[in-house]
Design a protein around this ligand. Structure first.
Ligand code: F0G
Length: 353
C-alpha cells in the first residue's frame, strides 16, 4: 500500500498547468464514494455520495487550491487573495501557510460559519470583514488583484477548475464509468463547471463511455441560475451558497444545457431537513449548503421522479463540523439529560430501566 499523494501528483498528466510547477499539497482528494442505502431506496436508483468533507480543510475547495497555490508560487506570487463564503478562505489560508505566502481573505461580515473563520485565522490569514455580500467581496478581490501584487485564487482563476475536475476522474475510476446523473449544490458555479470539464475529458480520453446529466441545486433565496438573472440580496441559511451573481455563470449554464440537466432550488427548510436525515440515516454529517443536492433528490422523489436502473452521484461538498451552530439550531426539542455517575442512574436516564 502507498499513501494517496494529492491531486497534482495523482493526476498531474491530466492537468493543464505550466510545466515545472512546484507541488504545494496537503494530500487532498482521494475522497470516499459512499453508497447511500437510504437515498437509493428513496429514489429507486443506485445513489453514491462523493464525500468532499474528507479533504484536509473539510471541503472540495482543497482540490482547486492545491493547483491554484502551486501555480501562483511557481509564478513568484508572495501573497494571495480570495473572496469567500468561508470554505475557499479556509482552504486558501491552509495552502498559503504550507506555501509560505501571505493569505488575504475578504468575507461578508457576519455571514460566514464560525468553523471556517477559525480555520482562516488559525492558518494565518488576514481576514477582512466586508460590509456587503459575497458578490461584493469578489468584486473587491478582483480589484485588489488588479492593482496590487496579490494573486487572485477564486474560481475565476482557471487553475481552480483544473484541480476541482479531479473529483470527476476519481468517480470514473471507482465506478468504471461516469454516473448517469450527477447532482451537486451550486453557488458561485465553479464546481459544476469543473465536474463537467472532468467528465468531458474522461470521455475523450476513453476512461468513460458516457456523460452524466448535470443537475445543480441552489438555495431558494439565492437562486440566480434558476431565475435566469442575478439576485441582488441573496439570502439562505446555507451561507456557503449565499451568492447572487455566480462568476462561472456561462460555464455552468453550458454544463446543464449540454448534459440535458438543469438548475432548481430548494428551501432552507428542505436543506436543513436533508442535512439531518443524511446525518442520521447514512452517518454522513455535512454542512447545510452541502445538503442542497440531497434535498433536491428528496424533493424530486416527493414529486414522483424515479431513478430506477440509474447510477446517481451526489457531491456533498463540505463537512458538518464547519457550522455546528446552524446544525444544532434545528433541534428545538433538544433536552440535556443529566444523571448521577452510576449505572442505575444512567439506565434510568436513558429509559432502559
Ligand atoms: N458547497 C460548499 C460547502 C461551498 O463552500 C460552496 C462554495 C459550494 C457548495 C458551491 O460551490 O461555488 O463552486 O458553485 N463556496 C465558496 C466559498 C463560494 O467561498 O467557499 P460553487
Amino acid at each position: 500500500t502507498r499513501q494517496w499523494r494529492g491531486v497534482i501528483e495523482e493526476y498531474g498528466d491530466r492537468l493543464d498547468i505550466p510545466a515545472g510547477t512546484p507541488v504545494i499539497s496537503l494530500g487532498e482528494g482521494g475522497t470516499p464514494l459512499v453508497e447511500s442505502a437510504w437515498l437509493s431506496e428513496v429514489t429507486g436508483g443506485s445513489v453514491w455520495l462523493k464525500v468532499e468533507g474528507n479533504n484536509p480543510t473539510g471541503s472540495f475547495k482543497d482540490r482547486g487550491m492545491t493547483v491554484a497555490l502551486s501555480v501562483a508560487v511557481g509564478e513568484g506570487a508572495e501573497a494571495v487573495v480570495c473572496a469567500s463564503t468561508g470554505n475557499t478562505s479556509a482552504a486558501m489560508a491552509a495552502y498559503a501557510a504550507k506555501a509560505r505566502v501571505k493569505p488575504l481573505v475578504l468575507v461578508p461580515q457576519g455571514k460566514i460559519a464560525a468553523g471556517k473563520l477559525a480555520q482562516a485565522i488559525l492558518h494565518g490569514a488576514q481576514v477582512i470583514m466586508v460590509r456587503g455580500n459575497f458578490d461584493d467581496c469578489l468584486r473587491l478581490s478582483r480589484g485588489l488583484a488588479d492593482d496590487y501584487p496579490v494573486a487572485l485564487v477564486n474560481s475565476v482563476n482557471p487553475m481552480r477548475l483544473q484541480g476541482q475536475k479531479t473529483a470527476s476522474f476519481e468517480i470514473v475510476d471507482v465506478l468504471g464509468d461516469a454516473p448517469d446523473v450527477h447532482v451537486l449544490p451550486t453557488g458561485n458555479a465553479g464546481n459544476i463547471s469543473a465536474y463537467w470539464l472532468g467528465y468531458r475529458e474522461s470521455l475523450s480520453s476513453g476512461e468513460s463511455r458516457k456523460l452524466p446529466v448535470m443537475r445543480g441545486w441552489q438555495a431558494a433565496g439565492s437562486a440566480p441560475l434558476v431565475q435566469g438573472a442575478p439576485v441582488t440580496d441573496p439570502e439562505t441559511v446555507a451561507s456557503a451558497i449565499r451568492i447572487g451573481n455566480p462568476a462561472s455563470w456561462d460555464l455552468a449554464v453550458e454544463a446543464a444545457r449540454a448534459s440535458g440537466g438543469r438548475f432548481r432550488a430548494v428551501s432552507d427548510e428542505q436543506i436543513l431537513h436533508a442535512q439531518r436525515e443524511l446525518a442520521s440515516s447514512d452517518g454522513v454529517f455535512v454542512e447545510p449548503a452541502s445538503a442542497a443536492g440531497v434535498a433536491g433528490l428528496l424533493l424530486e422523489a416527493a414529486e414522483g421522479v424515479r431513478y430506477d436502473g440509474q447510477r446517481v452521484v451526489v457531491t456533498v461538498t463540505g463537512h458538518g463540523l464547519k457550522d455546528i451552530d446552524t446544525a444544532l439550531s434545528t433541534f428545538t426539542d433538544l433536552v440535556d439529560t443529566v444523571c448521577d455517575a452510576d449505572v442505575d442512574a444512567a439506565a434510568a436516564a436513558a429509559g432502559l430501566a
